[in-house]
Design a protein around this ligand. Sequence first.
Ligand SMILES: Nc1ncnc2c1ncn2[C@@H]1O[C@H](COP(=O)(O)OP(=O)(O)O)[C@@H](O)[C@H]1O
Ligand SMILES: N[C@@H](CCC(=O)OP(=O)(O)O)C(=O)O
Length: 377
Amino acid sequence: MGQGAKRRRMVVKVGSSSITDGHGRLSIEKMQRLVNQLILLRQSRDCQVILVSSGAIAAGLGRLGWDRATITLPEKQAAAAVGQTLLMETYDQLFGDRGIVTGQVLLTRLDIEDRKRFVHIRNTVLTLLHGGIVPVVNENDTVAVDEIRFGDNDTLGALTALVSEADCLVLLTDIDGLYTGDPKADANATRLAEIWEITGEIEALAGGAGSAVGTGGMRTKISAAKTAVQSGIDVVIASSEEPDVLLRIADGEPVGTLFHARPAPLAHRKSWLVHGPHASGVLQMDDGAVQALVAGTGSLLLPGIVRVEGDFHEGSPVALADVTGRVIGKGITNFSARDLDMLMDRRNRGERLENLTEVVHRNNLVVMEGAHAYGGV
Ligand SMILES: Nc1ncnc2c1ncn2[C@@H]1O[C@H](COP(=O)(O)OP(=O)(O)O)[C@@H](O)[C@H]1O
Ligand SMILES: N[C@@H](CCC(=O)OP(=O)(O)O)C(=O)O
């Protein structure tokens, strides 16, 4: 939608550094400024808001007097348990003072991977918005271990934008956008105002976190932007210190770095398929099948499969690869690995399988970006 467009539903992700003070404690002043703007967005811009807020670990460490550099993972998770309550209490009070109710939504990666949970989160968030409630989202840090972690809240912000069908994702941080290099290390770095396509060169500009409380830096912000723009969501990286930053973004003013949404975004279900579930196996295909998928002309049929890898059941997400093993897409399989092995065996013995040949329906598959140049199609 780009600059000048009206924002109907905005996900605002705020980093730890933007709501804490120099000692890593929650800064009521900074949080108040943020909340004031979110309220104005709703009241004067008619824009629904969802807040994705970091800061649980920083707030917990501040209250407990623990040092981030010397704590174990369980201690970090314990700090998050303490800090999340503080964080939520503070937001609830700041919004509550203005008569607005907040609702806490704590997520792990599993909640996004599983289609049923994904739909439940969507419905809950939309119900909160319908009731005039502000959803406040964070990772469920106390239960999240590596396999089920988002790991950083930029990714969580992008997936929240996807789940809640937002049209704009704002990543508020301690710097006013993406620069040609990390300004903390490169004094000549300049800010990029607008990005139409996130190329490898753009990705290479990004460095890591800029403060002791931050996670991921620009690297995770660009990767989050990639996820969102692919699903038709504009992304703005901007400084939380900039006066009226959210209102100006809502008004379409050029602020920070704007990543334009792709003009032909993926449908909601296909976006989930790309960014939600991990593949439980691989279906290797012959050239004909690859070309049919890339051209978007059909479903994946049994005769096009040359090899099945992994142990999965019907309805599982699987990677779709060419004969060399290069992954070109993802799909939901109609058959388990065991059944596919059996069907391929029967096919190879000359049996006609008629009704048993559609392995991945075209509505249940996506071809990755970049694969369109594949095979000369
Ligand atoms: N190319 C770049 N442009 C701008 N900032 C960059 C770049 N590369 C790395 N950074 C760093 O990213 C930091 C912001 O990310 P991070 O510290 O994770 O903040 P947050 O807690 O808000 O998520 C900046 O302070 C900056 O030092
Ligand atoms: N979930 C963690 C935040 C992790 C994170 O990504 O932090 P940040 O880089 O400050 O946005 C917390 O609440 O402390």
